[in-house]
Write a protein that binds this ligand. Structure first.
Ligand code: PHE
Length: 378
């Protein structure tokens, strides 16, 4: 059932010293927003699925309930993420224990799904990343992965090599998908880098006066395909973030809104209510409550990272925190200490907050910084 926990507390809180998953994150696991047909994420998911159903030939298979707890092997090694890549750091990724993570991308499922023999499929699910806090970043978001495998006969018939064939098919497929979502927009391909594809590209569109990145993709590294039972074949893969697309298509101004149960938000969306480019389905903002800004200054220590601060603030204030931003950074050369000042913006999207409530949150943040984070406040 929707809302039932997909994972148990025991699976997430291992007691391992390496564990860095918070209660706040655990509370999001099992919400399964992408299973809700009337939710903007469910609507976008279905629009993309529909496109992949209408392509010629065999339909794409769809996986939308794969468990978000995966091995580091799946999340990183199988897709050739280098040992020293930043995404492996516990500053960026949620670890259950040293060998188990909350997936940071749906690419974690490429290998297992190929190994099961699927040759064209879509994987959609919640992914988890430690990050900073603003209107477009949230530690849980949703991705869709697509993979398509080709047999040698296909590129031989076309008289080109496998990589060229896959890259061309990939671009045509994704341009079609983008038109299905955005209508007739200007598009451009930008060279990119991903450990799991070569060549790699990003697709950008000119939408509402701006160039906007829609997805990342490329021709799958042969080593991945070979290791998953696809020797001699070729494949492409793409990955996209659903929130980003839903935010521009529906004009949703803050990523926290996806998680709200406020009916003024949820009642605005209905399954199937979609036209390419988002015409006619704009989110009507309900009136914004006033923000409350609080600054905190401190001497930086060796362990300090912005992601850690944001994680603590999120744990204390939940979705009442809108933004955390560094507003001052200087080094006192005489005492050789570095000082930072962060500005925290508190605002509820649902109600007006009292001064007492915000002061209490800010006091907790300060206590955690001085206590757990070992920072000397100024
Ligand atoms: N996994 C990549 C990301 O999270 C997206 C991607 C998927 C890129 C597949 C290329 C191929 O950014």
């Amino acid at each position: 059932a929707v809302g039932a926990p997909a994972v148990t507390r025991e699976e997430v809180f291992s007691g391992d010293p390496y564990n860095n998953v918070s209660e706040n994150i655990f509370s999001k696991m099992g919400r399964n927003l992408h299973h809700q047909e009337d939710h903007p994420l469910g609507i976008i998911k279905n629009v993309i699925w529909e496109y992949f159903d209408t392509l010629d030939g065999k339909a794409f298979e769809k996986f939308d309930d794969l468990k978000p707890i995966v091995s580091t092997e799946m999340n990183f090694d199988q897709v050739l993420v280098p040992k020293d890549h930043v995404s492996r750091s516990p500053n960026d990724t949620y670890y259950v224990d040293e060998e188990t993570v909350l997936r940071c991308h749906t690419s974690a499922h490429q290998t297992e799904t190929l190994q099961q023999g699927h040759d064209r499929f879509l994987v959609i699910g919640d992914v988890y990343r430690r990050d900073t806090i603003d209107a477009t970043h949230y530690p849980v978001f949703h991705q869709m992965e697509g993979v398509r495998v080709f047999e040698p006969a296909e590129w031989e018939a076309a008289g080109v090599d496998g990589t060229e064939f896959a890259a061309k098919e990939l671009k045509e497929t994704l341009e079609g998908m983008t038109r299905h979502l955005f209508g007739n927009v200007e598009m451009r391909w930008v060279d990119a880098y991903f450990p799991f594809t070569e060549p790699s590209f990003e697709l950008e569109i000119f939408f509402k006066g701006e160039w906007l990145e829609v997805l990342g993709c490329g021709v799958m590294q042969q080593q991945i395909l070979d290791g998953a039972g696809g020797e001699g074949k070729k494949a492409w893969a793409f990955g996209l973030g659903l929130e980003r697309l839903a935010m521009v298509l529906f004009e949703i101004p803050d990523i926290r809104l996806f998680w709200t149960e406020d009916e003024r938000f949820t009642k605005q969306f209905k399954a199937g209510d979609f036209t390419p480019g988002g015409a006619g389905i704009k989110f009507q903002s309900f009136s914004k409550f006033p923000p409350c800004l609080k600054d905190v200054s401190f001497w930086v220590n060796d362990e300090f990272t912005e992601n850690n601060l944001c994680e603590q603030v999120r744990n204390i204030a939940g979705d009442l925190v809108e933004n955390v931003v560094l507003i001052d950074d200087f080094t006192n050369k005489k005492i050789n200490k570095r000082s930072n000042c962060y500005r925290i913006t508190y605002r509820s999207m649902e109600r007006s907050l009292t001064n007492e409530e915000i002061d209490a949150l800010q006091e907790k943040v300060r206590e955690t910084m001085a206590g757990e984070m070992g920072l000397e406040l100024r």
